[in-house]
Design a protein around this ligand. Sequence first.
Ligand SMILES: *Cc1c(COP(=O)(O)O)cnc(C)c1O
Length: 401
Amino acid sequence: MTAASPGKRLHSATRLLHAGAPALRDGAGPVNVPVVRTSTVRFENTATQADHHHRRTAGERVASYGRHGLDTHRALEDAVVGLEGGHRAFLTPSGLSAITLVLLALLSPGDHALVADGVYAPLRRVDSTLLQRLGITVEYFSPTHDDLASRLRPNTRLLYLESPSSLLYEVLDLPALSAVARDRGVTVATDNTWSGGWFHQPLSLGANISIQAATKYISGHSDLMQGVVVVDSPALAAKLSTAYEALGLTIGADDAYLALRGLRTLPVRLAQHQRNATAVAEFLQQQPQVSRVFYPALPTDPGHALWKRDFSGASGLVSFEFRHATPAAANAFVDALRLFGIGASWGGYESLALAAQPERLREHRQWTGDAPVVRLHIGLEDPRDLIADLAQAFADAAPAL
Ligand SMILES: *Cc1c(COP(=O)(O)O)cnc(C)c1O
């Protein structure tokens, strides 16, 4: 049996490990997909070139130019499609560009889009700087507080979600929301970065499009910027493809390789992120300075039941709210951490802490608190060291908390 031949009956971790493996030539070959760097494609003759061009125009994934990517890109696309269970994947230079691609591919002047209020915040900048200029209306709503059906308009083209939400990890009822939207012919897209695509398959729960910042868990090593979009139908693939080409999007073969390498260990890394994050979340719950811990895997989390139904695990993101601290005291707590890095982003092997900006919290309609919130990304360190670091930061910043 060759590495490239595993069939559908294999379990998903096995398929992920072998996805895109190169075929053997003359009975031997490398384990890994080669990194095929190129700016263009060479053809034997003009007829072959024309044939490639026509097949590409008809929607086939063949390259007639460097921007289309070759073997490394195809292998990563196949692996991501296998992971998310869709029809076709698009690779973009960042997670944000993946979001923008979806918005520009599906929305035209005069269209209306409903966007969940807890989405990755920079989407609002795409709206205010680009979509508004194009005459596209974006309406933010609370998917847990508002009635979706009453917000749909005749010109609503897109329902855009993220579950769990950024920062506070509000779990959405994706099947119910998708059913309402699809009933009215509205396309459903959702940001699946939190689960890495491993703990949650939105396309099997009613979404049409799943978006991920591969920058986070797919890469897993804090050394890559990348986005992926997976669509569930040839019709959506054609729409995405048109916008993708018009925007001149592509990624380098080295980056495609790094993402593919990250994917091989996604299940084992995420299992450890979950173990460590659960230990940290349980520790945080016991701290008198902490009033609330946001982590859907905790039985006390309001989204726990939905999470249990629609997810097979939880990631390394844990946020918590201080009981009394001022924003300055929350900053002092973060500054007192020694092992945690201070910074944005997450999904790498290392732990990071970030004091949430109050204006970001206020974007979440369900947020009624006024105490500061700190977001932790729990990495793959020994959780005892992470807990010890948090404990010393609580002690160090104690007078202010
Ligand atoms: C980080 C992030 C993005 C954007 O990814 P970049 O690669 O940083 O552009 C999108 N969605 C979510 C949920 C994210 O956390």
